[in-house]
Design a protein around this ligand. Structure first.
Ligand SMILES: O=C(CO)[C@@H](O)[C@H](O)COP(=O)(O)O
Ligand SMILES: [Co+2]
Length: 221
């Protein structure tokens, strides 16, 4: 089983103090930072773009795990590559050319992620198992932090892990995203996830190191 990774999502951080916020979770031992890019079309919220990723890249060594909740993500891949993203995850539902989008990410030398909304069956993954380095299973409907995990998505986590292992892709990360906190992380781990996005569970707390430690303890419980 892959070593668990906690990836704090900056969506719930104080954007006016972003560098300090990110430094704080890195000091607490996190080496992935989850960055939610929303365009107000694919999801009903608007967040940030390549300049913020570029600014963070100048200051942090952490893995920048960029979650593109945007229509036609293939249009944005070059800009986020130039900005310094390490992982670019595109939504299966966001383009008719998802295979091409994944190819573009890899051709640029980055890790390619495929995201599945709660209502999307994992069947399409069977045609893409060779083209992904990460599968992000949305455990909430995308667009906002602080939502509750949708229990039915955990069966999909297990199905995705099984599909990847059956295809000999044990190397591919399975990331869960949305509603992950000390009360849900263990179930997500048991279902087969190894990367755990945590936004409000970390940044809504005053003591982030304590919040991250609580997630780690819950993982081991
Ligand atoms: O992509 C998204 C939301 O669309 C997530 O990355 C959220 O940022 C997770 O927030 P929490 O549910 O952990 O508060
Ligand atoms: Co996300």
């Amino acid at each position: 089983m892959k070593t668990p990774v906690i990836a704090p999502s900056i969506l719930s951080s104080d954007f006016a103090r972003l560098k300090e916020e990110v430094d704080e979770v890195i000091r607490a031992g996190c080496d992935w930072i989850h960055i939610d890019v929303m365009d107000g079309h694919f999801v009903p919220n608007l967040t940030l773009g390549p300049p913020i990723v570029k600014a963070l890249r100048r200051h942090v060594e952490a893995t920048l795990d960029v979650h593109l909740m945007v229509e036609c993500p293939e249009r944005w891949i070059p800009a986020f590559v130039d900005a310094g993203a390490d992982i670019l995850t595109v939504h299966y539902e966001a383009t008719p050319h998802v295979h091409r989008a994944l190819q573009m990410i890899r051709e640029a030398g980055l890790k390619a992620g495929l995201a599945l909304n709660p209502g999307t069956p994992p069947d399409g993954l069977s045609y893409l198992v060779s083209d992904v380095d990460l599968v992000l299973v949305m455990t909430v409907n995308p667009g906002y932090g602080g939502q509750s995990l949708i229990p039915s998505t955990l069966a999909k986590v297990a199905e995705v892990r099984r599909m990847l292992d059956d295809a000999g892709r044990q190397d591919v990360h399975v990331e869960v995203d949305g509603g992950i906190h000390a009360g849900t992380i263990r179930r997500a781990r048991s279902a087969g996830a190894d990367v755990f996005v945590a936004g409000s569970a970390v940044f809504d707390e005053l003591d982030r190191a304590k919040a991250i430690e609580a997630l780690r303890r819950a993982l081991d419980s």
